[in-house]
Design a binder for this molecule. Structure first.
Ligand SMILES: C[S@@+](CC[C@H](N)C(=O)[O-])C[C@H]1O[C@@H](n2cnc3c(N)ncnc32)[C@H](O)[C@@H]1O
Length: 254
């Protein structure tokens, strides 16, 4: 498996990604947004940012619930094109890199859904994303990070194959303990040949994520194992973190 592509995220999130992950749909996003609105007590009149909004499924749900000051940023032009099909949200989408988000607006919440964090090959860059989240938040603003948990690395299916329309998709997975990254090689065979993509995500333990959040001036308030409100435990496959901008923490850490 080739795990050497540091820019994998700029290649993989394309039209094929939307096909392979079509089960991650608006119905699931609706449940997740209901949970988040309720738990974070989000106000319809204050801005919200979906960081790595992809095809816009969460943004659509926010708009449907009257949260019209919601914005999405993403690096992928293909996914933003998909998100812009919904005319109501199309004016609230911006192409940007999550390491440097060009917004002067401060948000009541920054939301990062479905493993949109831990993409960069250095810890400085991943920490940089958290610092960026902090700088985008209002004082006492809230954030959500929806991450894979360490437990999932112990039950990875090494190889799977599926057919989606006229595409044959082969996915090979491994966890590399040395780099603490989950790697997936995706091979998509279609009428025009075969394309190869890589997915490479840093997987954080509970302790590690709490540490890196603190370094960024963010504090963890609660952790769930799913969007139904079940608490995170060491066998949860997801680690859904709710936290806040912590101004005191930054003063203390200098
Ligand atoms: C796994 S997808 C999740 C998309 C969306 N949050 C969802 O739940 O459907 C990760 C998203 O992060 C975006 N992304 C990857 N690298 C990025 C970067 N450096 N800056 C901004 N967005 C990025 C991808 O284009 C993709 O839309």
């Amino acid at each position: 498996m080739n795990t050497e592509n540091n820019q994998w995220f700029a290649e993989w999130f394309n039209e094929d990604y939307l096909k392979v992950y079509s089960h991650r749909n608006d119905d699931l996003a609706a449940e997740e947004i209901d949970f988040i609105i309720d738990t974070l007590d989000l106000k319809p009149d204050l801005p919200i940012l979906d960081l790595g909004c992809g095809g816009g499924r969460h943004l659509r749900q926010l708009f449907l619930r009257g949260y019209r000051k919601s914005y999405g940023i993403d690096l992928s032009t293909s996914l933003l094109r998909e998100a812009a099909k919904e005319s109501q949200t199309s004016g609230n989408l911006i192409r940007a890199d999550m390491r440097s988000v060009p917004f002067k607006t401060k948000f009541q919440a920054v939301l990062s859904f479905f493993t949109s964090f831990g993409y960069f090959s250095t810890e400085e860059e991943n920490l940089g994303v958290l610092k960026e989240i902090r700088s985008l938040l209002l004082s006492n603003g809230k954030f959500v990070l929806d991450l894979p948990s360490i437990a999932i690395t112990k039950s990875l299916v090494p190889r799977s194959e599926k057919v989606i329309g006229y595409l044959r998709v082969v996915e090979e997975r491994q966890y590399i303990a040395k780099t603490r990254r989950m790697e997936k090689q995706i091979s998509i065979e279609g009428p025009e040949g075969t394309q190869e993509f890589l997915e490479s995500v840093r997987v954080y333990s509970f302790r590690e994520i709490r540490q890196i959040l603190a370094e960024a001036g963010l504090s963890m308030v609660g952790v769930w194992g799913d969007f139904k409100g079940n608490c995170f435990s060491h066998d949860s496959s997801r680690m859904i973190i709710f936290g806040m901008r912590n101004d005191a923490c930054v003063v203390l850490n200098g």
